[in-house]
Design a binder for this molecule. Structure first.
Ligand SMILES: *Cc1c(COP(=O)(O)O)cnc(C)c1O
Length: 405
């Protein structure tokens, strides 16, 4: 897999692809198969496949202990964990949810399910996330809920948002999918705000194939959420809370997540090694900056984020296209931001200058279980090649574009 010797060898110009199999940005971590089977035997032998089975209970206990919270309620996905948490927490009769636009692609769709209007707020230049300062101007008499969302690297403004929510007496929910492993000033993520939501999807740090969960210290909220995920039914089978549906996690997903938890420390060590490899190899490359983790948070190092600086000689779009052609499935970070997408549901119109500017600058390069340190060396090597040959690549891209028209 030699680095190209001239630009005609780039796959985007018809050359051979650098990788035979795709190098994704998805974690796709796999636990030990026998461990997964061992856990699975528990539910299989008992013929209990779902409905608050032994493995789901065990998983909830382990996650509550991990996050140092009183309660953990597991769901079939992060999406439904989030939707039901919003439903349970939003102030009744109010219509808006404040959330960042520069975030997870499906966030506004989740709000639409709960029939709340997204009121998108801007983000901080320094964190790529929302803060008390960016949320405050969006608060009005219609605000039903504040959603703090942790970005892919480091945190949103936890303390500021907690303080603002208290001052305004508005419930605060954290989407902590991307900060599942981390601690803030020694306190584990999981117990901030009214509740925090997490995902067990295959691309996340803990892979349950699909799944999600909520952590909270609020007994009433925990009780309500556990009813809501099970049709809203109480033990007599009567509807005890409105808005219920079937959002239970099943046992085989819990088995996978439990096996993943057993491997978590090792996984994080592997992730960190990939991160340090990127850090070392990208350091001499001009125009690209690695977005660094704050080591004091004990991060999980799941994804890598790089910033395309003004002196990088190609556009971000061209850079991503060139990499993608080689099976390097780098992606633009949270692009387009949600307020720039066509939306089929009501939302509050806003101008978000910081989000607009930042949305052009970041790339997620490959990471996770299917990417080796050798792959990273090849990927950064190719980026260096692109940078050294940028002028001729640009000319060739222009020529190619002209031919296609
Ligand atoms: C993946 C993700 C979700 C949703 O989780 P699913 O389990 O995939 O439904 C929510 N928020 C963030 C930030 C995510 O990355």
């Amino acid at each position: 897999m030699a680095i190209k010797s001239n630009i005609e060898e780039l796959a985007i110009f018809g050359g051979a692809r650098m990788f035979a199999t795709p190098k994704p940005t998805s974690n796709l971590v796999r636990p030990d198969f026998d461990k997964f089977l061992d856990y699975s035997r528990t539910f299989f032998d008992r013929h209990q496949y779902t409905d608050d089975g032994p493995l789901v209970k065990q998983l909830e206990q382990r996650l509550a202990a991990f996050h140092q919270t009183k309660f953990c309620i597991a769901f079939c996905s992060g999406f439904w964990a989030l939707a039901l948490a919003i439903k349970a927490l939003a102030i009744e009769g109010r219509t808006e949810i404040v959330m960042p636009s520069f975030t997870y692609r499906r966030m506004a769709d989740i709000a639409a399910w709960t029939r709340l209007k997204p009121h998108f707020c801007d983000v901080e230049e320094t964190t790529l996330a929302n803060s008390a300062a960016t949320v405050r101007p969006c608060i009005n008499k219609n605000t039903a809920l504040i959603l703090g969302v942790h970005p892919i690297v480091n945190f949103c403004d936890i303390d500021g948002l907690v303080e603002l929510a208290g001052e305004k007496n508005i419930p605060l929910l954290f989407d902590s999918v991307e900060s599942v492993y981390e601690s803030s000033a020694g306190r584990k993520i999981g117990s901030f705000g009214a509740a925090e939501i997490f995902s067990l999807g295959a691309s996340k740090l803990v892979n349950g194939f699909e799944g999600g969960y909520i952590t909270t210290n609020d007994a009433q909220l925990a009780q309500r959420l556990s009813l809501m995920r099970n049709f809203g039914l109480d033990v007599q089978g009567d509807v005890a809370v409105p808005g219920g549906l079937n959002a239970r996690l099943n046992e085989i997903h819990a088995a996978m997540a439990l096996a993943g938890l057993d491997d978590l420390e090792d996984q994080v060590a592997r992730n960190r090694e990939r991160y340090l490899t990127y850090q070392r190899l990208l350091a001499p490359l001009k125009g690209i900056r690695l977005y660094e983790f704050d080591e004091s948070h004990h991060p999980g190092y799941k994804n890598i984020v790089i910033e395309v600086l003004d002196d990088w000689p190609l556009s971000r779009a061209d850079t991503v296209s060139i990499l993608n052609a080689e099976m390097i499935l780098a992606r633009a970070y949270y692009t387009p931001p949600l307020h720039r997408k066509r939306m089929a549901y009501p939302h509050v119109p806003v101008e978000l200058p910081v989000t607009d500017r930042l949305a052009e600058r970041f790339i997620l390069p490959p990471c996770g279980h299917l990417v080796s340190n050798e792959d990273i060396a090849d990927i950064v090597g190719l980026m260096s090649f692109i940078s050294s040959n940028a002028a001729s690549i640009k000319a060739r891209l222009q020529q190619q574009g002209a031919q296609q028209q």
